[in-house]
Design a protein around this ligand. Structure first.
Ligand code: CIR
Length: 252
């Protein structure tokens, strides 16, 4: 059960952030509307939302998920894998320090929160361009101190683990065909994404509600069968910067 979320408003220069997408230049006004709607949805779901101000020197800083991993026991402040994003975590730590003891991922370990999928007390940690083995092991050892288990997963081509696999309640995972074939996910119920709708893999479960990106009818139909209330969000400007629903908040 999540009670709180941290978000950060996108800055006017958010289009200067890192991206591999070819969806065109993002629009700040539309981004602001989409971000405001996202915050309203979190509030409708009963979360108290802490809204941080933009950070001009970090155009990707509204993707707050990458700066911390929060469990019921601890908040782990990351060492983000992209040099351009290193330092975003500094303004997240004081907010979390009011709620949890703090631990740090230390260099040479790197870790982005987008690579960490929590399913109850088990954690999947993606090894990606942003998260290295050392960062994954540091996080894993911290999690083990609190009785959690974890497994490393090779992310392959995508940006982050949660770009392609997410928990949608119970024992159910929403995931791409490539992830569905991996042994580590074999013990779970699975909704496998249509290859044309992989972006919708970044759907967000919050307290038995689902937030799903707009424009993915096959995924929507599959998720509707779970019987959970579904909130559909326009994520067009977020997607242009390689972001998604999970990236925009830290839930705890
Ligand atoms: C980046 O490349 O770091 C940002 N433009 C997007 C980060 C998305 N974060 C996430 O998936 N957790």
């Amino acid at each position: 059960m999540f009670r709180h979320a941290i978000v950060r408003k996108p800055g006017a220069n958010f289009g200067d952030g890192l991206t591999t997408s070819d969806l065109g230049a993002p629009d700040f006004k539309r981004m602001t509307v989409q971000h405001d709607a996202y915050v309203s949805t979190l509030e409708e779901l009963g979360l108290k939302v802490f809204v941080l101000e933009p950070e001009v020197v970090f155009p990707d800083a509204h993707f707050v998920e990458d700066a911390a991993v929060v469990t019921p026991d601890i908040a782990v402040i990351t060492n983000p894998g992209a040099m351009a994003r290193r330092g975003e975590e500094k303004t997240i730590e004081p907010v979390l320090a009011d709620f949890r003891p703090i631990a740090l991922i230390e260099p040479p370990g790197t870790l982005d929160g987008g690579d960490v999928l929590m399913v109850g007390s088990h954690f999947f940690i993606g090894i990606s361009e942003r998260t290295n083995q050392e960062g994954a092991e540091q996080l894993g050892h911290i999690l083990e101190r609190f009785g959690n288990t974890w497994k490393a997963v090779d992310v392959g081509k995508g940006l982050h683990l949660k770009s392609g696999v997410n928990h949608v309640g119970g024992d159910m995972l929403l995931l791409t065909e490539a992830f569905s074939r991996m042994e580590v996910f074999a013990g779970y119920d699975q909704i496998v994404l249509d290859p044309g709708e992989t972006y919708a893999g970044n759907s967000l479960w919050i307290n038995d509600h689902l937030i799903v990106p707009q424009g993915f009818p096959d995924t929507l139909a599959k998720l509707e069968k779970l019987g959970l209330p579904i909130h559909v969000s326009d994520m067009s400007e977020v997607q242009k910067m390689d972001g998604g629903l999970t990236c925009l908040s830290i839930r705890f």
